[in-house]
Design a protein around this ligand. Structure first.
Ligand code: DX5
Ligand code: ZN
Length: 218
């Protein structure tokens, strides 16, 4: 039995881009806690999605907390633009080539939260020394790039290991999971120690969004 509050972050990658306002307000009214926004540059991942102008526009139509997932090669060049557009949390990837501790501190300097994400093949040890500075670690449970992929079971041990580390050192750091999250895989992740669940296709393909969001929390 888990006691912590579980944060549900619908990913707008699976929303209708011709009517983002409607879909965002739908998940907001259905009890979403955060809105997960996937930014891809066609370089770090083999797909291109949306940038800061879209975030700035949707900022005007919702009060949801903006969880911005940067799948881009040079987050150090762009984080300020995303902060100005309305991000409440900026997560960049551990696999990029930049001074990560510095970037975390730069993001937090603006009064917003900073997270780091690891791809399925990246180990926890890569980010261990950054944990004292991080608000969140995003564990990818699929290869980043596309919605609608299948959850990778072999990543579960990383959620457990990270949870142990955070608890034993009393860090204040959220564990978020992203990729292939549905009613079944959500339970596995919560039991392993995840506090925040990103879900795209499961939520947006449902004909009862409120019910699916509730189901993910249990
Ligand atoms: C994938 C993105 C995810 C994606 C999740 O690279 O980071 O946020 O939208 O979609 P589902 O829940 O459909 O796997
Ligand atoms: Zn994402």
């Amino acid at each position: 039995m888990h006691m912590e509050k579980i944060i549900i972050a619908p990913s707008i990658l699976s929303a209708n881009f011709a009517n983002l306002q409607k879909d965002i307000q739908m998940v907001e009214n259905a009890g979403a806690d955060w809105l997960h926004i996937d930014v891809m540059d066609g370089h770090f991942v083999p797909n291109i999605t949306i940038g800061a102008p879209v975030i700035k526009s949707i900022r005007k139509v919702t009060n949801l907390f903006f969880d911005v997932h940067l799948m881009i090669s040079e987050p150090q060049k762009y984080y300020q633009v995303f902060q100005k557009a309305g991000a409440n949390l900026i997560t960049f990837h551990s696999e990029v080539n930049t001074d990560k501790k510095n970037l975390i501190q730069d993001i937090k300097y603006f009064g917003i939260k900073a997270g780091i994400s690891i791809k399925p093949k990246t180990n926890i040890s890569e980010i261990e020394e950054l944990l004292p500075y991080l608000d969140l670690v995003l564990i990818m449970t699929v290869e980043p790039g596309f919605g609608g992929q299948s959850f990778m079971d072999n990543v579960i041990y990383k959620i457990k290991d990270l949870k142990k580390l955070i608890n034993s050192r009393k860090y204040n750091c959220i564990i978020e999971v992203d990729g292939g999250i549905n009613d079944q895989t959500a339970k596995i992740c919560i039991n392993a120690g995840a506090n925040a669940l990103v879900s795209g296709s499961y939520i947006f393909s449902s004909n009862n969004v409120k019910e699916s969001i509730q189901t993910l929390k249990i």
